[in-house]
Write a protein that binds this ligand. Structure first.
Ligand code: NAD
Length: 256
């Protein structure tokens, strides 16, 4: 379904971003990956699906590198026709203890990077008359939890950015939407589970059960592949008139 389209997925060497990249590639899209860590492993997994793949190592804290990444995508693969702003980090601390450098990094990576990628990618999408921007927000884009001030501020911000940009694009074939996952078992969440186990003197399995029980009536993690299929729907013709939504997939977290 996505043959001829190019997707740029930020933070796609791991977790949700890698799931998005693999699923979009399975649906026929060319994919530019981004992120740190096991770059070769991520590139090999997407390449194994047979389509065109590229990688750019832009640091999402740096607007100039983000701009270079979007332009490199156009030069190497075309587009981007689909932009998934997914890169994100977490830090848990009370406001008065929150390291200033961590606040700045979270706002830069989880919020401002999406603005920088969009401001460079949107003109091409508008000129071609088709585009999809999908911002990976969070249940924390819609409700808060204690200890996550920077993350909650960034995720609420990206929901607002999504709505404003969607209105600007409303008549031109370009849609802008957000996906708001609940818990997904990725390295970002595994660290929180490990920290809870250590702080509470409980097993990792018990800490995982507690984490789910606090927020998610389903008591189950959402998978990156389930989130990616929602992104595929947003890229399909059926998604043409879905504009500015913050769509939660969260095991009932926000229904409470
Ligand atoms: P993850 O840690 O598995 O992946 C994060 C990705 O971002 C990695 O590829 C990493 O290399 C990349 N990254 C981090 N800093 C970067 C930087 N400065 N420049 C470029 N890339 C950078 O995390 P994840 O859980 O897959 O999270 C992906 C997104 O989903 C994040 O925006 C996160 O807030 C959001 N999210 C996650 C959950 C969850 O439960 N895991 C829930 C809701 C929202």
């Amino acid at each position: 379904m996505l043959q001829g389209k190019t997707a740029l997925v930020t933070g796609s060497t791991s977790g949700i971003g890698l799931g998005m990249a693999l699923t979009l590639a399975r649906h026929g899209a060319k994919v530019m990956l981004n992120g740190f860590g096991d770059v070769d492993g991520a590139v090999a997994q997407v390449k194994a699906l047979g389509g065109a793949v590229a990688y750019h190592g832009a640091d999402m804290r740096d607007p100039a590198q983000i701009e270079a990444m979007v332009r490199a995508c156009g030069e190497q693969l075309g587009g981007p026709d689909i932009l998934i702003n997914n890169a994100g980090i977490q830090h848990v601390a009370q406001v008065e203890d929150f390291p200033v450098e961590r606040w700045d990094a979270i706002i830069a990576i989880n919020l401002s990077s999406a603005f920088h990628a969009m401001r460079v990618a949107l003109p091409g999408m508008k000129a071609r008359g088709w585009g999809r921007v999908i911002n990976i927000a969070s249940a924390h884009g819609l409700v808060a939890s204690a200890g996550k001030s920077a993350y909650v501020a960034a995720k609420h911000g990206i929901v607002g950015l999504t709505k404003a940009a969607a209105l600007e694009c409303a008549t031109g074939g370009v849609t802008v939407n957000a996906i708001c996952p609940g818990w997904v078992l990725t390295p970002l969440v595994q660290k929180q589970i490990d920290d809870r186990a250590a702080a509470g003197g409980i097993s990792v399995e018990q800490a995982q059960r507690n984490l789910l029980a606090e927020k998610e009536p389903s008591l189950r993690f959402t998978t990156p592949e389930q989130l990616a299929e929602l992104a595929v729907f947003m890229c399909s013709p059926a998604g043409d008139n879905v504009l500015g939504v913050a769509w939660n997939m969260d095991g009932g977290w926000l229904a409470q």
